[in-house]
Design a protein around this ligand. Sequence first.
Ligand SMILES: C[S@@+](CC[C@H](N)C(=O)[O-])C[C@H]1O[C@@H](n2cnc3c(N)ncnc32)[C@H](O)[C@@H]1O
Length: 221
Amino acid sequence: MTVEKLNQMGFFKPSPTEQHAIDFLKELSFNTIKSIGISTAGYFEGFWAERGKQVIATTLDKKGMEYTKNLLSETPNLTFRLEDVTQSMPENDCTYDVLYSRLCLHYISDSELKKALAECYRVLKPDGHFIVVVKSLNDWTAQTAGAYYEPETGYTYTPSITRYSKLSRRLHSIQSITEALQTAHFKISHSNELTETIYEDFERTTLEMPDATVIEVYATK
Ligand SMILES: C[S@@+](CC[C@H](N)C(=O)[O-])C[C@H]1O[C@@H](n2cnc3c(N)ncnc32)[C@H](O)[C@@H]1O
């Protein structure tokens, strides 16, 4: 089944930041994308794979990866791989035209992010584009009972949200995520903070309330 057909059938949930990234890339010429932290998403990845782009999608989430791999089993040009973004990447330098990481890099600490961004820079081609979406410090979760910020890691802990498998997120300000990218030598071309609907479960059936506050940053090498 095509990605558009799956979309019409409701398998993908609309996301402004995902759509912004698609619209941005429509104006560009490119061949290869690495998507870091795909889980049960797949609309972005399938959209481009169906249009002839070579797409590699990685995640730590085996169950989520199998779900999406199964959903997109008929999509050409799309490869899935279990991979930890905090570790060295297996690719050669300058492999990809585009890197995309939506709602993934806020799971790692500041020191892990530094290493991950250095690897992202290494595997991106010169003038390649990096699209990053992370949760914001203005997200409602930072205001929940007992929430606290840990300066050593950058993590915000949210002990009262018991359904989270991990009680910490590296919630960012526009300044903290753009500075991290700039430290890794990326040039920032766009940054924006907005709210958007996300889901509690990996099948994206239960809406998380209220909407999340997220930051999108586009950068180039
Ligand atoms: C909330 S999901 C986001 C999924 C998708 N990118 C989207 O736009 O909906 C978070 C993803 O980040 C992945 N993740 C978290 N920590 C990671 C790490 N250290 N390395 C690779 N992926 C990681 C999870 O496995 C999951 O795939």
